[in-house]
Write a protein that binds this ligand. Structure first.
Ligand code: ATP
Ligand code: MG
Length: 258
């Protein structure tokens, strides 16, 4: 049976619903709480009793084979899909950025950044976010003139103006060339440290996962099959022995090496 996403659950704390089911509040030690999440498409069961906790400010990376249900999970957490069963508790302030930046071509970059925010479009708010992603000089241009990396940074700015407690990123760097990708990864790490929001990042790139994550999860058969805490000091060196060991472990879990 479908159930609604619970909102406004970080502050104030809401007591559990009657009989202990339904709305269970996320306390201050939890940004995301998912229990027994199920989602089917016709006869296909994509999420099969998935459990997930994310602490406030924690950077979690989600890996898993193509088609295993990562985007399905993100869409539910982003409140873009309501046809699920189970318990989902997320912060009221969430923002999402996808692989494709999804900017409206008929609005300038700065207007795209503040699109959907309550009240009149505030240029100063947009400019502050664009400065954070080093894109202030593109504020008055149309999205079509942006490079892929610039468009992705505009998409990040649009997420940041929402001052999210939870930032959901679905393969945001996948379409970028290698050099732009490295810069974008560094930028996300910097923004995360400055804003202190929880992040759930979906990627296929195990190096990206070890580079950025506090914790890495691997999805399989509709559940979280493996979890790894990454305690390496930041910024992380891709060539360090421990980095390489974690990367190898992830590839084993993903069935790429044995
Ligand atoms: N709206 C939908 N209708 C029908 N099937 C869907 C729908 N959305 C997703 N699916 C199916 O659910 C499964 C999981 O899709 P999802 O997009 O979550 O995978 P993913 O792990 O994000 O894959 P990728 O790494 O390729 O992005 C796929 O088999 C997909 O075809
Ligand atoms: Mg996906």
């Amino acid at each position: 049976m479908a159930t609604s996403l619970q909102r406004d659950l970080i502050d104030p704390v809401v007591p559990p619903g009657p009989g202990g089911t339904g709305a269970v509040a996320a306390g201050r030690s939890t940004a995301v709480r998912v229990r027994n999440l199920r989602r089917t498409f016709g006869a296909q069961r994509v999420l099969a009793g998935l459990d997930l906790d994310i602490a406030p400010g924690e950077f979690v990376v989600l890996l898993g084979a193509s088609g295993c249900g990562k985007s399905t999970l993100l869409r539910i957490l982003a409140d873009l899909d309501h046809d699920f069963a189970g318990e989902v508790v997320v912060p009221a302030r969430r923002a999402v950025a996808f692989q494709a930046p999804r900017l409206l071509p008929w609005k300038s970059v700065w207007r795209n950044v503040v699109l959907g925010l309550p009240g009149a479009p505030d240029r100063a708010v947009a400019m502050a976010a664009l400065e954070e992603v080093n894109l202030a000089h593109r504020a008055d241009q149309w999205p079509k003139v942006l490079s892929g990396g610039e468009a992705q940074r505009a998409s990040l700015a649009r997420a940041l103006v929402r001052q999210p407690d939870l930032l959901l990123l679905d393969e945001p760097f996948a379409a970028l060339d290698a050099l732009t990708r490295i810069k974008a990864q560094d930028l996300v790490a910097e923004l995360w440290q400055r804003h202190g929001c929880a992040v759930l990042l979906v990627t296929h790139d195990v190096e990206e996962a070890v580079l950025l994550a506090d914790r890495i999860l691997v999805m399989h058969n509709g559940q979280i099959a493996h979890a790894m805490r990454v305690d390496l000091v930041r910024p992380r060196q891709r060539s360090s022995v421990s980095f390489v060991a974690l990367r190898r472990q992830l590839l084993e879990w993903l069935g790429v090496v044995h």
